[in-house]
Design a protein around this ligand. Sequence first.
Ligand code: NDP
Ligand code: GDR
Length: 395
Amino acid sequence: MNKKKALITGITGQDGAYLAEFLLEKGYEVHGIKRRSSLFNTERIDHLYKDPHERDVNFFLHYGDLTDGLSLTKLIGEIQPDEIYNLGAQSHVAVSFEQPEYTANCDGLGTLRILEAVRMLGLKDKVKIYQASTSELYGKVQEIPQNEKTPFYPRSPYGVAKLYAYWITVNYREAYGLFACNGILFNHESPIRGETFVTRKITRGAARILLGLDKKLFLGNLSAKRDWGYAKDYVKGMWLILQQDEPEDFVLATGKTSEVREFAKKSFKELGVEIEFKGSGVEEKGIIVGIDENTLTKKLKSANVDYTEHIEQIVNNAKKLIGESVIEVDPKYFRPAEIDILVGDYSKAKEKLGWEPKHTVDDLIRDMVENDLEKNYRDVVLKKCGFKITKSCEL
Ligand code: NDP
Ligand code: GDR
C-alpha cells in the first residue's frame, strides 16, 4: 500500500516539529517547507532527519516560503501530498505590530497561495488542507468561553491576517469544494516553545535566575489570561480534523484559563521558590519571599543532566535572593491593543473527533521548567570554567 504523504509548512516551528514526529509514527511520508536561513534553523527536527542517501527515508525538507507563491505551487505539484498542514506563519502577536505588512503577506496571503495552488493544479479531490487558525480571532472577547460560533474581533495585525486566512479557507471550501478546515487553536506550549512567547520566557527566566545566569525577568502585561494547553495534544487534534469525512472547523482548547502572573508564580514554585507580587502597574514587582531548599535540591538531582557538583552553590545563591525582586514590568512588552482573556470550549472536538487535552497547565509548567534546567546546564558549566555568558539579543 502506498504511504500517505503530508506536506507541512512551518515544519521548523514548535507545532511543525511535533506534527512531523506524530505523522512519521503513523507511517506517513513527511515533507516540510523550510526557509533559507544564514544559520542552521532545524534544531527542533534534527532528530527526525536521515541522510537522504540512505534507504527507507520518509522525511524530506524543501526550501520555500509562504510569501513566494511559485515555490509553493511547484512543491505541491511535485509532491502531490494527500494532506497539507499550513502551520507556517509570522506567529508572534507583538512582532505583528512592528511588521504588519509582512505578517499580512505571510499569514493571510500565504494561506491563499496554498489554497489557490491546490485548486490550479487540479488537486482538489486529492488534497486535504489544515489551516492553523487561532483563538486570536476572538480578540476583544464577546462571550466566555469561545466556541466555533463565537463572533470574531481580532486585536492585532496578526489576528487580522489570520482572520483573512480563516475566511479564505472557508471560501475555497464553499466555492470550489476543497477539503479545507480551520483548527481554531488556543495557546499551546511545550518545552520547545519559542523563547519569546511568555510561557517559555518565564520558565527559561526562572531557571536561569535560580542557576545564577540571569538577575531579572522583564515582562509586559501580567494580568492577561490565556487558555494554555500542551502542543503535543494539539497536533493530534490537527490530524483528527483531517480524518473526518466532511471538512469542518474545530476549536481545540483546555477550557481553563490562567493569568500570566499565576503562570510565573507556579514556574518559580516548581523550583522551590515562593514569589509574591507587590505594587501595581509598571511598578509591580515579583519578589522572592522564600526558598524551599529540599524542592530545589530534588529538582536539580532529578534533572536529565548531572548537577551534583553545582547543587551547593546554586542553593546558596538562591538563599541570597530572598527579598530580591526578580520579575519586573517593562512597558516595551505592552501591546498597542491587548486581549484580556481567552478560554475555549472544545465540546465540538470532543463530540465529533473524540479529542480531549491530556495535559494540564501544571504538567506543562513542570515539563517546561525541567527542560529549561537541562537546556541551561551548558551555561552553568561554561560560567564555572570562566567563559563569558552572553545574553540573547531579543528577549
Ligand atoms: P512557531 O513560531 O514556532 O513556528 C512558525 C513556523 O513558521 C516556523 O517554522 C517558521 O520558520 C515558519 N515561517 C515563518 N515565516 C514563514 C514564511 N514566510 N514562509 C514559510 N514559513 C515561515 O509557531 P507555532 O509552531 O507555535 O504555531 C504554528 C502555527 O499555528 C502558526 O501558524 C501559528 O500562528 C498558529 N497558532 C499557534 C498557536 C500556539 O499557541 N502555538 C495557537 C494558534 C495558532 P522559521 O523557523 O524559519 O522561523
Ligand atoms: P499570544 O502569546 O500573544 O497569546 O499568542 P504570548 O505568549 O506572546 O502572549 C501571551 C500573553 O502574555 C502577555 N505578556 C507577554 N507576552 C510576551 N510574548 N512577552 C512578555 O514579556 C509578556 N508579558 C506579558 C501578552 O501581552 C499576552 O497577553 C500566541 C501565539 O502562539 C500566536 O501565534 C497564537 O495564535 C496565540 O498564542 C493563540
